[in-house]
Ligand binder design. Sequence first.
Ligand code: ATP
Ligand code: 6CM
Ligand code: CA
Length: 543
Amino acid sequence: MEQLPGGRRLRLASSLGLGQRCWEVTLDEERGLLAWRDPRPPRRGADNCFVPTSEIIAVEETEQNKKQRSTGKWQKMAKPHAFTVYYVKKARNHRWRCRDVTFWCADEYLCNQWIQALKELLEMQKCRPKQLLVYINPYGGKRQGKRIYEQKVAPLFSLASISADVVVTEHANHAKDNLFEVNISKYDGVVCVGGDGMFSEVMHGLIGRMQKDSGIDQNNPKAPLAQCNIRIGIIPAGSTDCVCYSTVGISDPVTSALHIIIGDCQPLDVSSVHHNNTFLKYAVSLLGYGFYGDVLKDSEKKRWMGPMRYDYSGFKTFLSHHYYEGTISFQPAKHTLGSPRDKDSCRTGCCVCKESEQQLAEQRKKCGFKHEEDEDEWKVIKGKFLAINVVNMSCACPRSPKGLSPAAHLADGTADLILVRKCSRFDFLRYLVRHTNRDDQFDFSFVDVYRVKSFQFTSKLSEDNESSVTDIGKKRFGQFCRDHPACCCNIANSTWNCDGETLDSSAIEVRVHCQLMKLFARGIEENCTDEAAYSHSSIEQLL
Ligand SMILES: Nc1ncnc2c1ncn2[C@@H]1O[C@H](COP(=O)(O)OP(=O)(O)OP(=O)(O)O)[C@@H](O)[C@H]1O
Ligand SMILES: CCCCCCCCCCCCC/C=C/[C@@H](O)[C@H](CO)NC(=O)CCCCC
Ligand SMILES: [Ca+2]
């Protein structure tokens, strides 16, 4: 074993037993890799194996009578001194699994040396959580939250020596209210088991608590908000699971649990939504008026259908083909790199998001948390819209694998504003189908997209009501289109879909807060399988 001057281990290399043969096993702290290689000349199927030390989940001394994971049979081990390393194995489509490998050592001293070196390495990973607060929504999605946590997640947390205080929610807002009361400093993170609605609850609890503790008035739409540094982990068990899918690349409970265990960190933009100087909600994925608002409103009555309710209400809303009149004002994002029509998407280590992080740090240095007057120009658009979507992230989900705005960034301080103007049913269907395939969904004459940092909307109905509150005729005719009774123009307002929750007001004011919170995630990885991420030559070098 080589030593660093301070006595710290740099490289541990031994010949250890694995299966029926001896393998060369190397732990290189400097390169952050554990690798094992069959020293015999390569043959088909035989391979070098390696795992980044940051992706080791646990190391355990192996009991002499070890139950073999693969066969489930009890097998008396031939050699008495062994240790097992549990690690992340990256499979296709961003799916992660926990795998283990058991190495046999010639003597107890060598075995302990390896266990100690690996345990010290794990101790050095300071970003890993030790104590978590877990909220489970037993009624989200297919109502499997409790089972998913108990069978798939809790065993992994205990393997990684993470302790968890678990709350199974008894009613809506249970988690949110609870977060205002708990001793939050006790925890290294909060985990929600459920869908986007459950995530939204936990996020509101944490951001709200943070503002309360910092004396910030959430009702002031211009107030700079205090960043929330405690990370949230999402174990997907909902109907859409858009936040999980867009930040991890898959909606899979085991994958998410492993991102939590290894302590990943992904900053996330959050939009604040206000009406008349009153705080309404925060949003991280979709703020949708028109189509997505109407789908949500209809689907809420059909919760008993589970995730299928969105297909049913989506179809119904599509047939109704309502459009809505209103005025949109927005401030275009000027200081960020990138545009919604970019071909490249936000990926792990995204340079657009990094640039925004630097700008944010500089701005904080310059004016702290003081509000800086924003003089940037506003653009105004009036029109008739089938859908108005404001997305802080791509909104990729299993129904729409590249999302509503494939090039939107998770942490650049901007949102993409997508305006779908009145068009034929056939054209709207063509647009919706492009949510599900690779074609450019902005390449339509009736679709416009802008990257914005703030946004306002007023419906024609509320403008009319405000400008002529005494016009009794208008009020009496309420919901009907007097000019064209057979058309799809809806004099009633639509509803805002805010991350899957409805908003009470149609007139809203939205501001994007750059990187207001953090998730246990790393964004979507470009080369997601181990084989793609590490070239064989770099492993050859190590061994
Ligand atoms: N015990 C509970 N009883 C009833 N409602 C609850 C309970 N716990 C949480 N909720 C509420 O249920 C709502 C929906 O939950 P969740 O987001 O987990 O599932 P979903 O709506 O099926 O999935 P998605 O949001 O991904 O479409 C949340 O807004 C949350 O506030
Ligand atoms: C003929 C083919 C048409 C196919 C159209 C498929 C379009 C799917 C796009 C899905 C976009 C989801 C955006 C995310 C929204 C979430 O914040 C929200 C809460 O979970 N989910 C919905 O509102 C649920 C919205 C579900 C809409 C159907
Ligand atoms: Ca963004």
